[in-house]
Design a protein around this ligand. Structure first.
Ligand code: TXA
Ligand code: MG
Length: 307
């Protein structure tokens, strides 16, 4: 029997009870589907790492109802940021308070917090009355899931319940902003653009995230590259459509990807399902959400992001 259920009020209440009992629930956010557990329970959080086959060095995002819940987990976030971007696709890295388990933050002195705005995520947080640790609900190094079927494909019965509310509206993950650096640093470009952040904060930098640092230091372990968000096919990147078309004419089993943020990951999964050997992708300019799309395409190609 499938563990996918429609995100009705009854099923959301059931999901909240599972979370309070230390189980795993996949749920939609405005960005991608998340794999949630009680962020304050070490044993529950360990189940996330096991289900995703995610290495223990990669810390999780904790989803909160808003600034009240956030203030119990971390030092206060700049009010001008939370007032403008929460709820929404902005994750803030802040010094953590005692009580947030090491499992959640991978032993770091900081915690990543975000208040999602998807109505199902909002309702689940309200019903559970818990901070919910939730990475994207894909298997490690697979493209993030933008619908319930992707979650099912990657995690099967490793998750107790999958709340289905159709495709996620943004389709690309949240922006991760590190506020412990000065100036603040974007560790992962995402649903809130650099330009929007700079309008509020002044200049922000782009810095390597945890995954890049681990890859650079060679701590990822044997056989683990920077490859992430990756389809099974090889990915080749192009700055111009003319160059892409020229290459396409040379190949027989190639698929072409003109990425839109909303459908990027679903397009990668669909091309994989078609069994193409090579994906030829056109890079958008590095402005607005284009910065995040470029980042994911570089990772899918197994390259360090160059924005
Ligand atoms: O849109 C999203 O952010 C989705 C939805 C479900 O909210 N979540 C998501 O989580 O993409 P995940 O685990 O796939 O990506 C979290 C990113 C990782 O790159 C992780 O290294 C970084 O956030 N991160 C988490 N905690 C951190 C911390 N304390 N310091 C630095 N980076 C952190
Ligand atoms: Mg992820």
């Amino acid at each position: 029997m499938s563990n996918i259920v429609p995100a009705t009020p009854t099923n959301i209440a059931r999901a909240a009870a599972i979370l309070r009992d230390g189980g795993l629930v996949a749920f939609p956010t405005e960005t991608v589907y998340g794999l949630g557990a009680n962020a304050l329970a070490s044993a529950a959080v360990r189940k996330i790492f096991a289900a995703k086959e995610r290495p223990g060095w990669d810390p999780l995002i904790v989803h909160v109802t808003g600034t009240d819940m956030a203030s119990r987990l971390a030092q206060q976030a700049p009010p001008e940021l939370t007032a403008r971007f929460w709820p929404g696709p902005l994750t803030l890295v802040l010094p953590k308070l005692p009580g947030v388990p090491d499992e959640t933050t991978a032993g770091r002195p900081t915690v990543a917090l975000r208040a999602p705005r998807h109505p199902v995520a909002v309702a689940l947080l309200a019903a559970a009355q818990l901070p919910i640790a939730a990475p994207s609900a894909n298997r490690f190094r697979r493209p993030s899931p933008t619908c319930a079927a992707h979650v099912r494909e990657d995690l099967g019965d490793r998750v107790d319940l999958i709340l289905d509310d159709g495709p996620t509206p943004l389709g690309i993950e949240s922006t991760v902003l590190d506020l412990t650096q000065s100036p603040p640093a974007i560790l992962r470009p995402g649903g809130v653009s650099r330009e929007e952040l700079e309008n509020v904060l002044g200049p922000v930098t782009l810095a390597p995230g945890v995954e890049d640092e681990v890859a650079a230091r060679g701590l990822a372990g044997p056989g683990m590259s920077v490859k992430h968000y990756a389809p099974r096919a090889r990915v080749e990147l192009f700055e111009s459509d003319a160059a892409l078309r020229k290459r396409a004419a040379e190949l027989t089993r190639a698929g072409v990807l003109y990425p839109q943020p909303e459908t990027l990951f679903a397009q990668m999964r669909a091309l994989d399902a078609e069994g193409v050997e090579v994906i030829l992708a056109l890079l958008p300019p590095p402005v607005g959400l284009g910065l995040a799309v470029r980042d994911r395409l570089f990772r899918a190609a197994g390259l360090q992001p160059q924005n």
